[in-house]
Design a protein around this ligand. Sequence first.
Ligand SMILES: NC(=O)c1ccc[n+]([C@@H]2O[C@H](COP(=O)([O-])OP(=O)(O)OC[C@H]3O[C@@H](n4cnc5c(N)ncnc54)[C@H](OP(=O)(O)O)[C@@H]3O)[C@@H](O)[C@H]2O)c1
Length: 336
Amino acid sequence: MAHIEETPTMTTAQQPLHSGFGAASTAEDVIKGIDLTGKVAIVTGGYSGIGLETSRILRAAGAEVVVPARDPERARAALKETDGVAVEPMDLIDPASVDALAERFLASGRPLHILVNSAGIMATPPTRDARGYEAQFATNHLGHFRLVARLWPALVAAHGARVVSVSSRGIRFSPVVFEDLHFEHRAYDPFLAYGQSKTANALFAVELDRRGRAEGVRAFAVHPGQIIDTGLAKHLSEEALRAAGVLDEEGRPVRDPARQQKTVPQGAATGVWCATNPRLDGLGGVYCENCDISPVVTAGNEAEWRARPGLPGVLPYAVDPEAAARLWEVSERLTA
Ligand SMILES: NC(=O)c1ccc[n+]([C@@H]2O[C@H](COP(=O)([O-])OP(=O)(O)OC[C@H]3O[C@@H](n4cnc5c(N)ncnc54)[C@H](OP(=O)(O)O)[C@@H]3O)[C@@H](O)[C@H]2O)c1
């Protein structure tokens, strides 16, 4: 992605803005009064869970929405009540299909104002793609890295684009382990792999923003909260979910925004806020949750942060500019 040049300019402080929204805000709350007529958005994973709600809300605010899907038929069925969303085939783990999606989009001549990278997989059994790359890193990070690279001219053409990288509090499971990205020299662990990929999502926003801001492309990473009624936890047993406190004794989802245990509309809120809120004009490269910029977790409060899932915060390694720059270079090589 050599054409995305480095641009040394001001960085945004990783600290709360006191946005006026919070953990219980919904995507509908944060978009109130915002008109997206004439704007074009792509939402990966926009046919399930948080992504589906994001597509619906952006479309309702007037945006033209494109949803790339690895299963277009299922996507059309999921979106049948949302008029005017275009579904396009794309599988993030298949580089040729990412390139093809981007080529079709660029050929349409449209600018791209909003790109929400919501697609993701979690805690999969050990899987490698055709290149031998670990599947969660390849899907969640490298697929989106490639997509942004290929769509770059359309993002620049928007003269004020925003890219939202849907990360997770799962960053706490692992930094990016540059020495062994694909679990070739250590035992595979589904959560270490998920954590690594979600830290990569956060770091991607840092470096993308640094490179993009001179051309008006700003990037944000998001922790949506814990939303149990999406497709994400399909590789976990009900027993594991109950033990984690996300399902109650009867197997019903536990809802408690104070612990970031959210509904789907609440889960979609921070990404929509990052994609559209005018208070974020001129800002970027930060990790957000509960519709605000997160504070940085310090050595002094890390133990408390780890113990209290409701406490907002981002670990320093997930917003470290040096790690972000290194990840960018590695990702360019891995997607070349
Ligand atoms: N739910 C939570 O508690 C939570 C917490 C923190 C972060 N997140 C993040 O939020 C994002 C959305 O998750 P969700 O909870 O809404 O889960 P979800 O309902 O499973 O949605 C994920 C979407 O990604 C798509 N996808 C997966 N692999 C793909 C690939 N190779 N190519 C194209 N699309 C692919 C899925 O399509 P298929 O249906 O075809 O698989 C699905 O549409 C994820 O990035 C996740 O890591 C979620």
